[in-house]
Ligand binder design. Structure first.
Ligand SMILES: NC(=O)c1ccc[n+]([C@@H]2O[C@H](COP(=O)([O-])OP(=O)(O)OC[C@H]3O[C@@H](n4cnc5c(N)ncnc54)[C@H](O)[C@@H]3O)[C@@H](O)[C@H]2O)c1
Length: 117
């Protein structure tokens, strides 16, 4: 019996999807049938990486907005405004945004952990 969960027609929000593992996760979600993907990242999504996402989900709607997810006020504003306006509802939420900065451990904990609380 196959028990693979289908991601067809799901709406996903992805933190940190402009590069690294987040970009790969975004591609995988789109290949699995996610219909709308909203990327929030502190950096802009490059044309090259947007093309990679589009190749993975040719029928999907791909949206991106710059947002520092460690800034709670900014994050809630974007989630409750831009994201809900575009998606209507969220089925999948993934945080792949992360930093490793030994100079500022407080910022590391803020971005990597506190954001998800
Ligand atoms: N790549 C690995 O093999 C690996 C292994 C174990 C753990 N990790 C951890 O996983 C996390 C992601 O790794 P990666 O290799 O994809 O890193 P990466 O730097 O390539 O990508 C992280 C993404 O998060 C974004 N980002 C960073 N801070 C942000 C913020 N405040 N708000 C919004 N977006 C933000 C960046 O702009 C970037 O697009 C890191 O914390 C890393 O330490 C990575």
């Amino acid at each position: 019996m196959c028990c693979k969960m289908s991601l067809q027609n799901k709406n996903a929000v992805l933190f940190g999807g402009c590069g690294g593992m987040g970009l790969a996760i975004g591609q995988a979600l789109l290949k699995e049938g996610v219909q709308k993907l909203f990327v929030l990242d502190v950096t802009e999504l490059s044309e090259a990486n947007l093309s990679l996402l589009k190749e993975s989900g040719t029928e999907a709607q791909i949206l991106c907005k710059t947002c520092d997810i460690s800034n709670r006020t900014e994050l809630l504003q974007v989630l409750e405004g831009d994201v809900m306006d575009a998606l209507g509802s969220v089925d999948i939420l993934i945080n792949s945004a992360g930093i490793l900065d030994s100079e500022d451990p407080g910022k590391v904990i803020g971005v990597n952990l506190v954001t998800m609380l």
